[in-house]
Ligand binder design. Structure first.
Ligand code: CMC
Length: 435
């Protein structure tokens, strides 16, 4: 499994002067022309660090996996536009592409499918692991715990020879873990995977079949799910991916790193937004005519309400994934015959927001989560499973980023600095002399 490393061309430099001393810092350029100041010598030569809360202006690594141009609404995996992958590829093809850097040949694809199918089952002891958790547990912490627990079943996952097996196990077992987390929450028996089904269909089967009732997988639903997985597969250095890299930088194993990524993804400002969007749309549907009132609250700086599924740290124009999903919503609803009420509310909220000075001036547009929930809902996915599906889709991206980081010869343990603002040195005060 070879990963490419990006070419670093030093084209220019920047002079920084501080305290009477100067240092010339090189400017590093990426293959799409983005420029970054390499501050490696800032502390040693000038005694300075940079301060950038939320890392909005900080590149933590070079990477050859995913390219985003937030101003032009561009997303590419390994150079391939997301629109083309969404239309023409399958999730497992994208898994190979992200991890290996190239589209698979027919033989490689066959091999990947066979390997993933072979590893979908969970160890029987996992039943007892799930049984120990409260019945009303949210699927996200259950998935995070289960993926962490895989490291107890496969104990040498970090060695280069065994990493291939770990990668396959993670891709293969994520749907089984996610489906078990759902079955556990509704008190139904776990279903064993079916080797005759494709990736998305097998997940739907494990979610919805029961020992007493067969479940016929609708190919339209399976394709919609496969598309959602493709669109979520990677998104460069977001919160959960940076978490995976940071945890992995300590040489923690892949299972532990991805378990941490799942926890980071759960937050409502990140992957958890898809659940929040549908809850928001349902609230608005229940209280007819409240879209304007909701928007007014989202704009009120004294109110913490946000228009969920809107805004993005990188996209300052339409998120291309949201554009694809918006188109897909109507197709899916027409094919499966569900209610289009939530879609109508989402579209009217979008229309209102995109005409509103507050959202326009802040360049807030729909992101991937704005329409994904409408599709999940239409294809029968329970709301508390939305973010677990995001995690399933993001797993190959996390793996590819982790592998890239670990194979980079100059990679170091992640360890940011800080500017200390607490008390300066003071003597210890014995208890009897404290007020
Ligand atoms: N509704 C109302 N106001 C917003 C929103 C929103 N959804 N998003 C940002 N703003 C305002 C924010 O209040 C701030 O206003 P001001 O300049 O007056 O203080 C300004 O826009 C900039 O926001 P920010 O929080 O500084 O921007 P950020 O880059 O730190 O945050 C974000 C990005 C995605 C966390 C944020 O836009 C947000 O909370 N959106 C809603 C949650 C959401 O949909 N998350 C999913 C993100 S996409 C999937 C993923 O990759 O996780």
């Amino acid at each position: 499994m070879a990963t490419q490393s990006s070419v670093k061309a030093v084209m220019d430099n920047v002079e920084v002067t501080f305290g009477g001393r100067s240092v010339r810092l090189p400017v590093v350029r990426g293959s799409e022309g983005e420029a970054a100041i390499d501050i490696g010598r800032l502390r040693s030569d000038l005694g300075l660090i940079t301060l950038d809360p939320g890392y909005a202006n900080t590149g933590s690594c070079t990477s050859a996996i995913t390219f985003i141009d937030g101003d032009r609404g561009i997303l590419r995996y390994r150079g391939y536009p997301i629109e083309q992958l969404a239309e023409k590829s399958s999730f497992l093809e994208v898994v190979w592409l992200l991890i290996h850097g190239e589209l698979p040949s027919a033989a490689q694809m066959k091999e990947l499918k066979a390997q993933v199918t072979h590893h979908t089952m969970l160890h029987e002891n996992f039943r007892r692991f799930f049984a120990a958790l409260p019945k009303d547990a949210h699927p996200m912490p259950v998935c995070a715990a289960a993926v962490g627990a895989l490291a107890t079943f496969y104990q040498e996952p970090e060695s280069e020879g065994l990493i291939h097996d770990t990668v396959i196990r993670l891709i293969a077992k994520m749907p089984s873990i996610a489906a078990c987390s759902y079955k556990h929450s509704i008190g139904q028996p776990f279903m064993y995977p079916r080797n005759d089904l494709d990736y998305a269909s097998n997940f739907l089967y494990m979610m919805f079949a029961t020992p007493c009732e067969e479940y016929e997988v609708d190919p339209v639903v399976a394709r919609a799910l496969d598309l959602l997985l493709i669109l979520h597969a990677d998104h460069e250095q977001n919160c959960s991916t940076s978490t995976v890299r940071l945890v992995g930088s300590s040489r923690a194993n892949l299972f532990a790193s991805i378990s941490a990524g799942i926890s980071a993804l759960w937050g409502p400002l990140h992957g958890g937004a898809n659940q929040q969007v549908i809850e928001m749309l349902e609230r608005i549907a229940a209280e007819e005519g409240t879209a304007e009132r909701f928007l007014a609250r989202a704009k009120d700086t004294n109110d913490t309400t946000r228009l969920m599924g809107f805004g993005h740290r990188v996209y300052k124009s339409y998120d291309p994934r949201a554009a694809i999903l918006k188109r897909t919503c109507t197709e899916v609803i027409n094919r499966v015959g569900g209610s289009s009420r939530l879609l109508e509310i989402a579209m009217s909220l979008e229309e209102l927001a995109l005409k509103d000075e507050y959202f326009v001036s802040r360049r807030l547009y729909p992101n991937v989560d704005f329409y994904s929930g409408v599709i999940y809902k239409a294809i029968g996915i329970p709301v508390n499973m939305f973010t677990a599906l995001f995690a399933m889709g993001r797993t190959p991206g996390w793996i590819a980023q982790w592998l890239e980081m670990r194979r980079e010869p100059s990679s170091k343990i992640g360890r940011p600095r800080q500017i200390y603002t607490g008390a300066t040195e003071r003597p210890y005060v014995p208890m009897e002399r404290r007020g």
